[in-house]
Design a protein around this ligand. Sequence first.
Ligand code: SAM
Length: 382
Amino acid sequence: MHRQAFDQPDYYVANCRAGLEPVLERELKELGCEIAFVGTRMVAFHGSVEDFYRANMALRTAINVLRPIRKFRAKDYDILYFQARKAPWHKLFEVDKTIRIDVKGQSQNFRNSQYTVHRVKDAIVDTFRKLTDGYRPSIEKREPDVHVVAFVHRDEVTLYLDGAGEPLFKRGYRLEHGEAPLKEDLAAGLLQLAGYKGDRDFVDPMCGSGTFLCEAYLLANRIAPNLNRHFAFQNWLDFDEAAFERARQSLIERQQEAAVAFHGFEEDAATRKVLERIVVDHFGDDPAFRIHPHRFQDGDETFAQSLVVTNPPYGVRLQSKEGDLNRLYADLGNFLRHRCEKSTAAVFSSNSEALNALGLKVAHKWKLYNGQIEARLVQYRV
Ligand SMILES: C[S@@+](CC[C@H](N)C(=O)[O-])C[C@H]1O[C@@H](n2cnc3c(N)ncnc32)[C@H](O)[C@@H]1O
């Protein structure tokens, strides 16, 4: 039983993109966290500070994990400032840390998000100035030490510290990419929606710079995607190094070597080079990665009882080389039918006409967004 004061929520909030909430919820449960509630693009959970660190390192579909600092009601900007002044900023981080403030959510009371940021910034800066002989933290838009998020909803404002700082989809393995890559959190979510558990070979017939392949590899080997990065919470005054090391160690102990392969086809040589470099630089050139340097239509290797997930050109951002998307999708349908027997396949695309050209019976559909583009993940059993 959790009793919480209104102004001091006792849960953490993990944010994700729309449609991935059930996946994020499952991931949190697997980490042993107790779910407080599930909302739009967010899952709130109870846990210790060690759980919070573990969530930051291990969640695949979260964009960030937030720690609430103070929640209050405010009907205008002056009350916002007054209430934000009451948060113990000086106990959370030192004056020499750089900060960035972002506003999320929507409220009639705070329609001007720039001004909302400005007032929260004033509250933080004035708190420090008063206590430190006029010194104040500086604002840094890119890679700040501390990231504050103000979430506004009707007359409620919650101020959070973002544990990650930089979004969690920046895993560090992809500093360069091919055209139209998927974000890592989305790729990891699509794989999990498609039912990938790492117990079967994985195939992406149009793999681009390999986001699905890399995320499938991390998932299958139970490698926490952000095990080796720096987090904003390491800059907080109450950062508990011992708890962080315990969380990290527990994740290392969960790793297991998967006895499966990760096949990717890519026809474009420059894109393939990017993927090959990622495999060498970040995945120890593991031979489990099998990069096929040609179109998926060419060759006759078969992939029975595997899991296929792919994101073909949609015709929005990237045209098929042949210029005929329906032809490409029909070829994909044939590839699945003839070379991926008894497999589960999931295709992520915004082009419903092209999806029909696959000619396969639909088992399940999910609506999601790739950036601004509305798309479907469509599952088939072949
Ligand atoms: C939308 S992108 C995939 C992006 C990828 N999911 C990522 O995150 O990097 C589609 C890729 O399919 C490749 N492609 C198109 N037709 C192909 C074919 N017939 N065989 C293999 N690759 C193909 C394109 O060169 C492009 O890199």
